[in-house]
Design a protein around this ligand. Structure first.
Ligand code: AMP
Ligand code: MG
Length: 499
């Protein structure tokens, strides 16, 4: 949709990261592109941020979203960070293709970064071109906004534009820019950047910035930097629990993709599982399966251990004391993760009361789904209508399993639990439906939307998919195909990083 009039968009920037020492970033403007066109503007999000959607749709607005025009009061910069990538230390990463325009405080009072991803080379680009291809921009838009509706903390997509330029990947592809919104873009790897340079002053300045921004209560704690570690740990543990509950596989949980604010960030080779299997993995570059579904909780713990390690010099002047305190904090991960995960899974199963057998009930269902190749999303959705073994919906649920009798044995135990909590009820069905989505961004649908846009310049499948995923828990008439798992020939076996 092209604009008919021109209104310079106003961003009420209130920048804090740009006030940090100069070695935290490189100041530079985005590199302009040839012929930007708006693919989609997230009007609801623009409203939440207090931005004028009409102005963003205008030629001047699209110029901002493409990096062709720097808005007033923006202080564009690329952030420095480091990270452990697949377990290997990279002392110098940083925003190689993303530029932070500034921060705005939304209607909810929360400060958020506005960043252009794919905005051109920066001093951190290494051999990259600083650009993004259309496909990964579309995937990030679709999946991150779906995550919002699924109730999972995530960075968001304010807009996507095409650039009118091509980017060279394995083949030439259309280029695009995503406007990403985040509570912050500070990563575990940002802390590791300063620690790697033995820059204790930088580390402390970063920690103080994070406390002010994400953990204000930690400032009053007896040990503020330990409280900061606790805050990050709790956010990461509950985040990953939510991923497990919806069958989301991030795909590249490097420490530079691990958000201090506890948001899902960096939608590269991410994917939702269709058929459940704990070892599911899609990323084409993850040969060892490091970031498979079942490894996400231990990897989050490993990333937090990396954070704890670099915070040691701030926690206590005596190293042995710091280690003892940090270790005790890290040891809380499992408990914190399990509490969140079990509560979430109980909700999915429609159970209100806690019971000592819950962990077994949950893991036995998953084992049964894995053994009999059941679709993750449809199984949980199916349970909502199968509280009663005689319900017709129980037959379609059973049919998701290659051996329905295997499911029956588990379902008998589950129904005994329901009976102890008052038996089948429409209220429980509604509660379960509000937590077990019917629509998820299935890989084959995401892929189909990308192919239509990339090959035919047809964005209608993309728009429809984004619209469907706006209401993942509600049955939408005429949109049944979006609930279906892929046909054998539609299965996407691998996903690729956007680089
Ligand atoms: P990612 O795999 O997207 O988390 O990126 C890892 C690192 O590579 C980050 O420092 C990115 O900024 C950088 N990077 C990824 N793609 C590009 C690109 N096309 N141009 C420059 N840098 C990139
Ligand atoms: Mg990254």
């Amino acid at each position: 949709m092209q604009p008919t009039h021109d209104i310079a968009p106003h961003f009420p920037f209130d920048n804090s990261y740009a006030r940090l020492p100069e070695r935290f970033f490189a100041r530079l403007a985005p590199t302009p592109v040839a012929a930007p066109e708006l693919i989609r503007l997230n009007e609801a999000l623009a409203g939440e941020l207090g931005l004028d959607a009409d102005a963003l749709r205008s030629a001047a607005g699209i110029a901002v979203l493409a990096g062709n025009r720097v808005p007033d009061a923006a202080e564009p910069l690329a952030m420095a960070y480091a990270g452990f990538q697949f377990g290997n230390w990279s002392p110098q990463l940083g925003d190689g293709r993303a530029i932070l325009l500034g921060e705005v405080i939304g209607r909810d009072g929360v400060r958020r970064d506005i960043q252009l991803k794919g905005a051109g080379p920066t001093p951190f680009s290494r051999r990259g071109d600083g650009r993004a291809a259309l496909g990964p921009v579309m995937r990030e838009y679709i999946v991150s906004e779906a995550m919002v509706r699924l109730g999972v903390p995530t960075t968001r997509a304010l807009a996507a534009v095409t650039t009118g330029e091509s980017v060279a990947r394995e083949q030439m592809l259309p280029g695009a820019v995503l406007t990403r919104v985040a509570r912050s873009h500070i990563r575990v790897g940002t802390f590791q950047f300063f620690a790697g340079r033995e820059d204790l002053e930088g580390l402390r300045a970063l920690a103080d910035h994070v406390i002010a921004r994400h953990d204000p209560a930690a400032a009053d704690a007896e040990r503020p930097y330990l409280a900061l570690l606790r805050g990050v740990l709790e956010r990461q543990a509950t985040l990953v629990a939510q991923w497990q509950e919806i069958g989301f596989i991030h795909g590249v949980m490097n420490t530079d993709n691990s958000s201090i604010a506890g948001e899902t960030i960096d939608y590269g080779p991410c994917a939702f599982m269709d058929t459940y299997h704990p070892e599911t993995l899609y990323s084409s570059i993850d040969h060892a399966g490091r970031y498979a579904y079942c490894n996400q909780p231990p990897i989050a713990h490993w990333n937090l251990a990396g954070l704890a390690q670099v915070l040691l010099p701030l926690i206590d002047p005596e190293e042995s004391k710091s280690i003892e305190l940090a270790r005790a904090e890290l040891d809380r991960f499992e408990e914190c993760f399990n509490a969140a995960y079990e509560a979430g899974m109980r909700r999915k199963l429609g159970l209100a009361d806690e019971h000592p057998d819950d962990p077994a009930l949950i893991s036995d269902l998953l084992a049964c789904m894995a053994a009999f190749e059941a679709d993750f999303t449809l199984t949980f959705r199916g349970l909502c209508d199968a509280q009663d073994a005689d319900a017709p919906a129980n037959q379609s649920l059973r049919a998701l399993f290659t051996e329905p009798a295997g499911f029956d044995a588990w379902a008998t135990r589950w129904r005994a639990r329901l009976a102890a909590e008052g038996g089948a009820s429409p209220e429980r069905r509604e509660r379960m439906r509000a937590t077990n989505p019917l629509y998820i961004p299935r890989n084959h649908q995401v892929e189909a939307a990308i192919v239509a846009a990339t090959r035919e310049n047809d964005f209608s499948p993309f728009h429809t998919l984004v619209d469907v995923l706006d209401r993942p828990f509600e049955e939408q008439a005429g949109r049944e195909e979006y609930t279906h798992p892929p046909l054998p020939e539609e299965i996407v076996h691998q996903t690729f990083c956007g680089t």
